[in-house]
Design a protein around this ligand. Structure first.
Ligand SMILES: Nc1ncnc2c1ncn2[C@@H]1O[C@H](COP(=O)(O)OP(=O)(O)OP(=O)(O)O)[C@@H](O)[C@H]1O
Length: 343
Protein backbone atom coordinates (compact mmCIF):
# COMPACT_ATOMS: atom_id res chain seq x y z
CA UNK A 1 0.00 0.00 0.00
CA UNK A 2 2.82 2.41 0.88
CA UNK A 3 6.32 2.38 -0.45
CA UNK A 4 8.91 4.85 0.78
CA UNK A 5 12.34 5.05 -0.80
CA UNK A 6 15.27 7.15 0.35
CA UNK A 7 12.98 9.72 2.00
CA UNK A 8 14.84 12.69 3.47
CA UNK A 9 14.05 16.01 5.05
CA UNK A 10 16.51 18.71 6.00
CA UNK A 11 15.59 21.87 7.85
CA UNK A 12 17.89 24.83 7.32
CA UNK A 13 18.07 27.27 10.19
CA UNK A 14 20.24 30.39 10.39
CA UNK A 15 23.52 28.65 10.97
CA UNK A 16 22.97 24.93 10.51
CA UNK A 17 21.17 22.19 8.66
CA UNK A 18 19.20 19.60 10.63
CA UNK A 19 18.50 16.24 9.01
CA UNK A 20 15.17 15.25 10.57
CA UNK A 21 14.54 12.26 8.26
CA UNK A 22 17.56 10.55 6.77
CA UNK A 23 17.33 8.30 3.67
CA UNK A 24 14.41 6.35 5.04
CA UNK A 25 13.17 3.30 3.14
CA UNK A 26 10.09 1.38 4.23
CA UNK A 27 7.21 -0.70 2.83
CA UNK A 28 3.84 -0.92 4.52
CA UNK A 29 1.28 -3.54 3.52
CA UNK A 30 -2.42 -2.99 2.98
CA UNK A 31 -4.55 -3.39 6.12
CA UNK A 32 -1.59 -3.22 8.48
CA UNK A 33 -1.44 -1.18 11.68
CA UNK A 34 2.14 0.03 11.42
CA UNK A 35 3.71 1.80 14.39
CA UNK A 36 6.76 4.04 14.33
CA UNK A 37 8.29 4.58 17.76
CA UNK A 38 11.12 6.85 18.80
CA UNK A 39 12.20 9.34 21.41
CA UNK A 40 11.58 13.06 21.11
CA UNK A 41 13.57 14.50 18.24
CA UNK A 42 13.94 11.18 16.39
CA UNK A 43 12.07 12.62 13.42
CA UNK A 44 8.71 10.84 13.78
CA UNK A 45 6.45 13.86 13.33
CA UNK A 46 8.44 15.05 10.36
CA UNK A 47 8.26 11.56 8.85
CA UNK A 48 4.49 11.21 9.14
CA UNK A 49 3.92 14.75 7.85
CA UNK A 50 6.05 13.95 4.80
CA UNK A 51 3.68 11.14 3.86
CA UNK A 52 0.90 13.52 2.84
CA UNK A 53 3.32 16.34 2.09
CA UNK A 54 2.24 18.57 4.95
CA UNK A 55 6.02 18.80 4.98
CA UNK A 56 7.80 18.85 1.61
CA UNK A 57 10.50 16.15 1.28
CA UNK A 58 14.06 17.22 0.48
CA UNK A 59 14.55 13.94 -1.37
CA UNK A 60 13.19 10.47 -1.97
CA UNK A 61 9.98 8.95 -3.19
CA UNK A 62 6.62 8.13 -1.59
CA UNK A 63 4.09 5.92 -3.36
CA UNK A 64 0.67 5.32 -1.85
CA UNK A 65 -1.69 2.87 -3.56
CA UNK A 66 0.32 3.07 -6.80
CA UNK A 67 0.22 6.86 -6.87
CA UNK A 68 3.54 8.63 -6.58
CA UNK A 69 2.73 11.28 -3.99
CA UNK A 70 6.09 13.01 -4.35
CA UNK A 71 5.37 13.79 -8.03
CA UNK A 72 1.94 15.34 -7.65
CA UNK A 73 1.16 18.98 -8.46
CA UNK A 74 -0.79 21.05 -5.93
CA UNK A 75 -4.29 20.33 -7.31
CA UNK A 76 -3.56 16.60 -7.73
CA UNK A 77 -2.18 16.50 -4.21
CA UNK A 78 -5.40 18.01 -2.87
CA UNK A 79 -7.35 15.11 -4.41
CA UNK A 80 -4.82 12.51 -3.26
CA UNK A 81 -5.11 13.80 0.32
CA UNK A 82 -8.76 12.76 0.36
CA UNK A 83 -7.42 9.20 0.30
CA UNK A 84 -5.07 9.88 3.24
CA UNK A 85 -6.84 10.79 6.48
CA UNK A 86 -4.88 12.22 9.39
CA UNK A 87 -5.46 12.69 13.11
CA UNK A 88 -3.38 14.83 15.45
CA UNK A 89 -2.24 14.96 19.05
CA UNK A 90 -4.15 18.19 19.71
CA UNK A 91 -7.10 17.20 17.51
CA UNK A 92 -6.97 20.33 15.25
CA UNK A 93 -10.75 20.82 15.31
CA UNK A 94 -12.62 23.94 14.21
CA UNK A 95 -13.72 25.40 17.53
CA UNK A 96 -16.59 27.48 16.16
CA UNK A 97 -18.20 24.48 14.46
CA UNK A 98 -20.24 21.72 16.08
CA UNK A 99 -19.21 18.06 16.04
CA UNK A 100 -21.40 17.45 13.02
CA UNK A 101 -20.09 20.49 11.14
CA UNK A 102 -16.48 19.54 11.87
CA UNK A 103 -17.06 16.11 10.38
CA UNK A 104 -19.01 17.47 7.41
CA UNK A 105 -16.28 19.99 6.55
CA UNK A 106 -14.08 17.69 4.40
CA UNK A 107 -17.21 16.47 2.61
CA UNK A 108 -18.12 20.08 1.74
CA UNK A 109 -14.62 20.68 0.42
CA UNK A 110 -14.81 17.51 -1.66
CA UNK A 111 -18.10 18.81 -3.18
CA UNK A 112 -20.26 15.95 -1.90
CA UNK A 113 -24.00 16.74 -2.43
CA UNK A 114 -25.94 17.80 0.69
CA UNK A 115 -28.19 14.73 1.04
CA UNK A 116 -25.21 12.42 0.77
CA UNK A 117 -23.22 14.51 3.26
CA UNK A 118 -26.01 14.25 5.82
CA UNK A 119 -26.19 10.49 5.42
CA UNK A 120 -22.42 10.06 5.62
CA UNK A 121 -22.02 12.27 8.69
CA UNK A 122 -24.62 10.22 10.54
CA UNK A 123 -22.79 6.99 9.70
CA UNK A 124 -19.50 8.49 10.88
CA UNK A 125 -20.95 9.78 14.14
CA UNK A 126 -22.32 6.31 14.88
CA UNK A 127 -19.04 4.66 13.86
CA UNK A 128 -16.99 6.66 16.37
CA UNK A 129 -19.59 6.46 19.15
CA UNK A 130 -20.66 10.12 19.31
CA UNK A 131 -24.39 9.64 18.75
CA UNK A 132 -26.36 12.44 20.47
CA UNK A 133 -23.29 14.65 20.73
CA UNK A 134 -23.47 15.91 17.14
CA UNK A 135 -24.61 19.41 18.10
CA UNK A 136 -22.00 19.92 20.82
CA UNK A 137 -19.02 22.24 20.30
CA UNK A 138 -15.46 20.93 20.76
CA UNK A 139 -15.09 22.96 23.98
CA UNK A 140 -17.96 20.93 25.46
CA UNK A 141 -16.26 17.59 24.77
CA UNK A 142 -13.71 15.49 26.69
CA UNK A 143 -10.32 14.81 25.13
CA UNK A 144 -11.38 11.33 24.04
CA UNK A 145 -14.55 12.67 22.43
CA UNK A 146 -12.53 15.36 20.61
CA UNK A 147 -10.27 12.67 19.18
CA UNK A 148 -13.35 10.72 18.09
CA UNK A 149 -14.43 13.80 16.12
CA UNK A 150 -10.91 13.95 14.65
CA UNK A 151 -11.17 10.30 13.61
CA UNK A 152 -14.64 10.73 12.07
CA UNK A 153 -13.44 13.78 10.14
CA UNK A 154 -10.35 11.90 8.93
CA UNK A 155 -12.55 9.05 7.68
CA UNK A 156 -15.16 11.27 5.99
CA UNK A 157 -13.90 10.77 2.44
CA UNK A 158 -13.30 7.02 2.81
CA UNK A 159 -9.49 7.19 2.84
CA UNK A 160 -7.32 4.15 2.20
CA UNK A 161 -4.74 5.23 4.73
CA UNK A 162 -5.00 6.84 8.16
CA UNK A 163 -2.01 8.71 9.59
CA UNK A 164 -1.99 9.13 13.37
CA UNK A 165 0.39 11.75 14.76
CA UNK A 166 0.76 10.96 18.51
CA UNK A 167 -3.03 10.63 18.53
CA UNK A 168 -3.28 9.50 22.15
CA UNK A 169 -0.41 11.43 23.75
CA UNK A 170 -2.71 14.10 25.18
CA UNK A 171 -5.12 11.56 26.68
CA UNK A 172 -5.22 9.73 30.02
CA UNK A 173 -4.50 5.97 30.01
CA UNK A 174 -8.13 4.86 30.06
CA UNK A 175 -9.17 7.20 27.24
CA UNK A 176 -6.04 6.18 25.33
CA UNK A 177 -7.20 2.56 25.49
CA UNK A 178 -10.69 3.39 24.25
CA UNK A 179 -9.28 5.38 21.29
CA UNK A 180 -6.85 2.55 20.47
CA UNK A 181 -9.75 0.06 20.58
CA UNK A 182 -11.63 2.31 18.18
CA UNK A 183 -8.67 2.39 15.78
CA UNK A 184 -8.46 -1.43 15.82
CA UNK A 185 -12.19 -1.78 15.14
CA UNK A 186 -11.96 0.72 12.27
CA UNK A 187 -8.97 -1.16 10.85
CA UNK A 188 -10.94 -4.41 10.99
CA UNK A 189 -14.26 -3.00 9.73
CA UNK A 190 -12.90 -0.87 6.92
CA UNK A 191 -9.65 -2.68 6.09
CA UNK A 192 -7.92 0.68 6.47
CA UNK A 193 -4.12 0.82 6.59
CA UNK A 194 -3.05 2.74 9.70
CA UNK A 195 0.33 4.33 10.36
CA UNK A 196 0.89 5.77 13.77
CA UNK A 197 3.78 7.45 15.47
CA UNK A 198 4.24 7.34 19.21
CA UNK A 199 6.82 7.42 21.98
CA UNK A 200 4.85 4.87 24.04
CA UNK A 201 5.56 1.15 23.61
CA UNK A 202 2.19 0.42 25.23
CA UNK A 203 0.48 1.83 22.12
CA UNK A 204 2.59 -0.38 19.84
CA UNK A 205 1.99 -3.45 21.99
CA UNK A 206 -1.74 -2.95 22.09
CA UNK A 207 -2.63 -2.36 18.48
CA UNK A 208 0.23 -2.65 15.98
CA UNK A 209 1.16 -5.63 13.80
CA UNK A 210 4.44 -4.13 12.65
CA UNK A 211 6.81 -1.70 14.33
CA UNK A 212 9.73 0.41 13.19
CA UNK A 213 12.07 2.05 15.70
CA UNK A 214 13.36 5.45 14.69
CA UNK A 215 16.52 7.17 15.88
CA UNK A 216 18.22 10.23 14.41
CA UNK A 217 15.98 10.22 11.34
CA UNK A 218 16.62 6.57 10.50
CA UNK A 219 14.80 3.29 11.03
CA UNK A 220 17.21 1.32 13.23
CA UNK A 221 15.06 -1.78 13.77
CA UNK A 222 11.88 -3.07 12.24
CA UNK A 223 9.68 -6.14 12.32
CA UNK A 224 6.65 -7.98 13.55
CA UNK A 225 5.70 -6.53 16.97
CA UNK A 226 5.98 -9.84 18.80
CA UNK A 227 9.39 -10.61 17.26
CA UNK A 228 10.68 -7.20 18.27
CA UNK A 229 9.36 -7.75 21.81
CA UNK A 230 10.99 -11.17 21.97
CA UNK A 231 14.33 -10.26 20.41
CA UNK A 232 15.00 -6.52 20.59
CA UNK A 233 18.42 -5.86 19.07
CA UNK A 234 19.21 -2.17 19.43
CA UNK A 235 19.70 -0.50 22.81
CA UNK A 236 16.92 1.97 22.04
CA UNK A 237 14.52 -0.88 21.23
CA UNK A 238 15.43 -2.71 24.45
CA UNK A 239 14.57 0.45 26.40
CA UNK A 240 11.18 0.68 24.72
CA UNK A 241 10.43 -3.00 25.46
CA UNK A 242 11.37 -2.35 29.11
CA UNK A 243 8.73 0.42 29.17
CA UNK A 244 6.11 -2.31 28.94
CA UNK A 245 7.77 -5.37 30.48
CA UNK A 246 10.04 -3.83 33.11
CA UNK A 247 13.76 -4.38 32.95
CA UNK A 248 15.24 -7.82 32.64
CA UNK A 249 16.73 -7.90 36.11
CA UNK A 250 15.52 -11.42 36.76
CA UNK A 251 18.68 -13.06 38.07
CA UNK A 252 18.30 -11.80 41.64
CA UNK A 253 14.66 -12.69 41.85
CA UNK A 254 15.24 -16.19 40.43
CA UNK A 255 17.81 -16.89 43.16
CA UNK A 256 15.30 -15.58 45.66
CA UNK A 257 12.61 -17.94 44.30
CA UNK A 258 14.91 -20.95 44.47
CA UNK A 259 15.82 -20.15 48.08
CA UNK A 260 12.27 -19.44 49.17
CA UNK A 261 10.47 -22.36 47.53
CA UNK A 262 12.65 -25.32 48.35
CA UNK A 263 10.28 -28.05 47.23
CA UNK A 264 9.31 -29.42 43.81
CA UNK A 265 10.38 -28.26 40.41
CA UNK A 266 10.54 -24.59 39.46
CA UNK A 267 10.10 -23.76 35.79
CA UNK A 268 9.93 -20.62 33.71
CA UNK A 269 7.08 -20.62 31.17
CA UNK A 270 7.80 -18.30 28.31
CA UNK A 271 4.67 -17.27 26.44
CA UNK A 272 5.51 -16.25 22.90
CA UNK A 273 2.15 -15.37 21.34
CA UNK A 274 -0.66 -17.36 19.73
CA UNK A 275 -1.46 -18.99 23.05
CA UNK A 276 -4.35 -16.84 24.16
CA UNK A 277 -6.81 -19.69 23.82
CA UNK A 278 -4.78 -22.15 25.82
CA UNK A 279 -5.76 -22.18 29.45
CA UNK A 280 -2.39 -23.78 30.02
CA UNK A 281 -2.17 -23.83 33.80
CA UNK A 282 -5.63 -25.26 34.43
CA UNK A 283 -5.25 -27.73 31.57
CA UNK A 284 -1.99 -29.11 33.00
CA UNK A 285 -3.41 -29.21 36.52
CA UNK A 286 -6.37 -31.27 35.29
CA UNK A 287 -4.33 -33.58 33.09
CA UNK A 288 -1.67 -34.49 35.66
CA UNK A 289 -1.85 -35.18 39.35
CA UNK A 290 0.21 -32.20 40.37
CA UNK A 291 -0.21 -28.86 42.08
CA UNK A 292 0.92 -25.73 40.32
CA UNK A 293 1.92 -22.76 42.36
CA UNK A 294 2.33 -19.47 40.48
CA UNK A 295 5.35 -17.68 41.93
CA UNK A 296 6.07 -14.65 39.81
CA UNK A 297 5.57 -13.37 36.32
CA UNK A 298 4.51 -10.81 33.84
CA UNK A 299 2.33 -11.54 30.86
CA UNK A 300 1.14 -8.90 28.44
CA UNK A 301 -1.04 -9.04 25.36
CA UNK A 302 0.04 -8.14 21.83
CA UNK A 303 -2.06 -8.32 18.66
CA UNK A 304 -0.62 -11.83 18.17
CA UNK A 305 -1.31 -13.21 21.62
CA UNK A 306 0.19 -13.39 25.10
CA UNK A 307 3.84 -12.58 25.62
CA UNK A 308 5.94 -12.81 28.77
CA UNK A 309 7.28 -15.07 31.52
CA UNK A 310 5.64 -16.94 34.35
CA UNK A 311 7.59 -18.74 37.08
CA UNK A 312 5.72 -21.71 38.54
CA UNK A 313 6.42 -24.41 41.08
CA UNK A 314 5.31 -27.95 40.16
CA UNK A 315 4.59 -30.17 43.16
CA UNK A 316 3.75 -33.88 43.16
CA UNK A 317 5.14 -37.32 42.37
CA UNK A 318 8.31 -37.10 40.25
CA UNK A 319 6.75 -39.07 37.35
CA UNK A 320 3.74 -36.79 37.16
CA UNK A 321 5.83 -33.63 37.44
CA UNK A 322 8.14 -34.85 34.68
CA UNK A 323 5.22 -35.88 32.46
CA UNK A 324 3.67 -32.41 32.91
CA UNK A 325 7.01 -30.79 32.04
CA UNK A 326 7.35 -32.85 28.84
CA UNK A 327 3.77 -32.13 27.92
CA UNK A 328 4.23 -28.35 28.14
CA UNK A 329 7.55 -28.53 26.33
CA UNK A 330 6.44 -30.83 23.49
CA UNK A 331 2.73 -30.29 23.05
CA UNK A 332 2.20 -26.56 23.51
CA UNK A 333 3.71 -23.42 22.01
CA UNK A 334 4.80 -22.23 25.46
CA UNK A 335 8.57 -22.53 25.96
CA UNK A 336 9.67 -24.15 29.21
CA UNK A 337 12.94 -23.79 31.05
CA UNK A 338 13.73 -25.73 34.19
CA UNK A 339 15.09 -23.33 36.81
CA UNK A 340 15.43 -25.84 39.62
CA UNK A 341 14.76 -29.57 39.38
CA UNK A 342 12.91 -31.46 42.09
CA UNK A 343 15.21 -33.07 44.65
N1 LIG B 1 10.15 23.26 11.15
C1 LIG B 1 11.32 22.89 11.65
N2 LIG B 1 12.40 23.68 11.55
C2 LIG B 1 13.61 23.32 12.01
N3 LIG B 1 13.86 22.14 12.63
C3 LIG B 1 12.82 21.30 12.77
C4 LIG B 1 11.52 21.62 12.29
N4 LIG B 1 10.69 20.59 12.57
C5 LIG B 1 11.44 19.65 13.19
N5 LIG B 1 12.72 20.07 13.30
C6 LIG B 1 13.85 19.33 13.91
O1 LIG B 1 13.88 18.04 13.32
C7 LIG B 1 14.21 17.03 14.29
C8 LIG B 1 13.11 15.99 14.33
O2 LIG B 1 11.93 16.58 14.85
P1 LIG B 1 10.52 15.83 14.93
O3 LIG B 1 9.52 16.79 15.52
O4 LIG B 1 10.20 15.22 13.62
O5 LIG B 1 10.86 14.67 15.96
P2 LIG B 1 9.86 13.76 16.81
O6 LIG B 1 10.48 12.43 16.86
O7 LIG B 1 8.51 13.87 16.24
O8 LIG B 1 9.90 14.43 18.22
P3 LIG B 1 8.70 15.03 19.08
O9 LIG B 1 7.91 13.87 19.53
O10 LIG B 1 9.39 15.75 20.19
O11 LIG B 1 7.96 15.95 18.15
C9 LIG B 1 14.40 17.78 15.60
O12 LIG B 1 15.77 18.02 15.77
C10 LIG B 1 13.64 19.08 15.39
O13 LIG B 1 14.21 20.11 16.16
Amino acid sequence: MISIEGLSKQFRTDNKTITAVDQLTLDIKEGEIFGVIGYSGAGKSTFIRLLNRLEEPSGGRITIDNQEITKLKANQLRLARQEIGMIFQHFNLLWSRTVKDNIIFPLEIAGVPKAEREKRVKELIDLVGLTERENAYPSQLSGGQKQRVGIARALANNPKVLLCDEATSALDPETTNSILDLLVSINEKLGLTIILITHEMHVIRKICNQVAVMEEGKIVEQGDVLDVFLHPKQTVTKKFVEQVMGSNEEDDSVTHLINTYNQGKIVRLHFVGETTNQALISMVAKKFTIDINILQGKITQTQRGAYGNLFVQLLGEADEVNAATYFIRDETSVELEVIRDAD
